[in-house]
Design a binder for this molecule. Structure first.
Ligand SMILES: Cc1cc2nc3c(=O)[nH]c(=O)nc-3n(C[C@H](O)[C@H](O)[C@H](O)COP(=O)(O)OP(=O)(O)OC[C@H]3O[C@@H](n4cnc5c(N)ncnc54)[C@H](O)[C@@H]3O)c2cc1C
Length: 483
């Protein structure tokens, strides 16, 4: 055990910058614990015989109790090595993972979970601060692999294939790599310098990045097939769910990702042409959708200087505590508040939008109605509450109602890759699509999910690619390293 009775000590979090100050900028809201504080917190780990954090909670199966023990002993480099063995990017998960490891931590059963996410982040930052990262592979193979898409799934696949000695090029249609890490998640949750730092490291390790290239249009499947031994599609799942109500055609209604992406581009120093500008400044903003994307819109609108922000959710407000049918160590279906929700907001549940009000083609408001969820024949049905209609003033409406699948992808569409009922790409146990030299990973396969799951899937796909290439080659790496 890390420390006898250590679990009796209090959980300490790093906390957030004060609201009044953090709303003045787009800088990260979460603060850091000192190394000594992190070490004290790891003492709370009980090194359980069955560590649910590791086996049940973490999609990457991070060896959490062992990492805690090493940090407690002050063996930061060893903790880093152990963490990197299962998670190539703890600096991302240590910042933006909802941490299913913590919700399944045994200490959380009768008290408060160990601060695992903060430990990960501190261990990784120790690695960067002490120059312990960025070693090119010790051997190189002849085979070349193209990874399409540089979100967490693509980066994880590239990193693992490069570690195994393959020569990897990552293509992305965006100007800069990172996928949703760069263009979706706001800077106040994930500092883009953290993404830049990782990309520099990957380049140093020998991975090439080709940005501004839309695969399927700027380069074809045949172009890639002639040059690469395997191709891995990691193009995400970004087709947004639309709101089909009268008045939808009014101006001033935008998809959440368009709004968030623009702010991230602005933070990156890009000029947004005035005719494309989506701004919440001085506006009454209504965010439709009560999930994380909606809360990112909320925080971004407040920082842009919105006059008011209202977030609407069609489902009922989740309970404050776990329901009986949702026991530990399951993911808690409780009401969660993001840092943005603590910044001044208005939020309503069980609300449906009936109609958009507009004047001269510009949105002016929404007609909404309260709803109830009634169980009929074992299924919940939405029923409008009579007489509960109400109007909301709005001159910017942001649609954050989730994603319906990968959407159009010329390469996948031209090749007629097999998809499931939801339009996600289907893969076999080696993560091969219906075209054998084409593999797929991440949200494109699972549907919109979490960064940690995209990383895990990218890693598994890299293993599948390696298995298939080794079978073809009869194994044995061929030349010394030359990244
Ligand atoms: C706004 C928002 C906030 C989120 N916040 C969190 C969070 O805080 N924590 C969390 O765990 N998860 C979060 N998620 C979910 C998480 O970001 C995704 O599950 C994850 O990014 C999926 O990774 P991916 O690599 O599969 O796809 P993506 O990150 O979507 O990357 C796909 C990449 O493929 C590129 N691409 C697409 N088509 C082509 C093409 N034809 N040619 C070349 N390139 C192409 C795209 O430009 C993109 O860079 C959030 C999602 C959103 C939308």
């Amino acid at each position: 055990m890390t420390k006898q009775l250590g679990f009796l000590e209090e959980r300490k979090e790093a906390g957030y910058r004060p609201v009044g100050i953090r709303l003045l900028d787009f800088e990260p809201v979460e603060q850091d614990l000192t190394h000594e504080q992190v070490r004290e917190q790891t003492a709370r780990c009980m090194e359980c015989g069955t560590p649910f954090c590791h086996g049940y909670g973490c999609p990457l199966s991070n060896a959490i109790p062992e990492c805690n023990e090493l940090v407690y002993q002050g063996r930061w480099s060893d903790a880093l090595e152990l963490l990197l063995a299962t998670n190539p990017f703890p600096e991302f998960t240590g910042r933006i993972c909802p941490a299913p490891c913590e919700t399944s931590c045994v200490a959380g059963l009768g008290g408060e979970a160990v601060t695992i996410r903060q430990m990960e982040r501190a261990v990784m930052d120790y690695g960067y601060d002490n120059g312990l990262l960025g070693m090119p592979p010790s051997m190189r193979r002849d085979e070349l692999v193209a990874v399409i898409g540089s979100g967490p799934a693509g980066l994880a696949a590239a990193e693992m294939l490069n570690r195994a000695g393959y020569r990897v090029t990552v293509y992305d249609e965006a100007k800069r790599p990172g996928g949703i890490l760069r263009y979706g998640i706001p800077n106040f949750k994930l500092d883009k310098q953290v993404v830049d730092r990782r990309i520099r490291l990957m380049e140093q390790e020998g991975i090439a990045f080709e940005c501004g290239v839309r695969v399927g249009e700027d380069v074809s499947y045949h172009y890639l097939k002639d040059r690469y031994d395997a191709i891995c599609l990691c193009c995400g799942s970004r087709a947004p769910r639309d709101m089909k109500v009268p008045g939808r055609e009014n101006k001033g209604i935008h998809f959440a990702m368009d709004f968030l992406m623009q702010q991230n581009r602005r933070d990156d120093g890009e000029e947004i042409p005035p005719e494309q500008e989506i701004s919440a400044a001085g506006k009454h903003v209504v965010v439709i959708g009560g999930g994380d994307t909606g809360s990112d819109c909320l925080g971004t609108s407040l920082r842009q200087g919105a006059a008011s922000v209202m977030q609407l959710e069609i489902m009922p407000r989740p309970p404050a505590e776990r329901a009986e049918d949702n026991p530990w160590p399951e993911w808690p279906r409780t009401n969660r508040e993001s840092s943005s929700h603590k910044e001044g907001w208005d939020r309503r549940w069980c609300v449906n939008t009936r109609q958009v009000r507009g004047k001269e083609g510009q949105v002016t408001g929404l007609q909404c109605v309260e709803v109830e969820w009634v169980k009929e024949n074992g299924r919940f049905q939405m029923v409008e509450k009579k007489g509960s209609e109400f109007e909301l003033e709005a001159d910017l409406v942001l649609l954050a109602m989730g994603f319906v699948g990968p959407g159009e992808n010329k390469l996948a569409d031209v090749l007629g890759l097999t998809k499931d009922a939801r339009g996600n790409i289907q893969v076999n146990a080696n993560h091969q699509t219906s075209v054998p030299d084409l593999f797929a990973a991440g949200d494109m396969v699972s549907g919109q999910s979490l960064v940690v799951r995209a990383i895990a899937d990218g890693m598994e796909t890299a293993k599948g690619i390696q298995r298939v290439l080794e079978q073809k080659a009869g194994d044995v790496p061929s030349s010394p390293a030359s990244p």
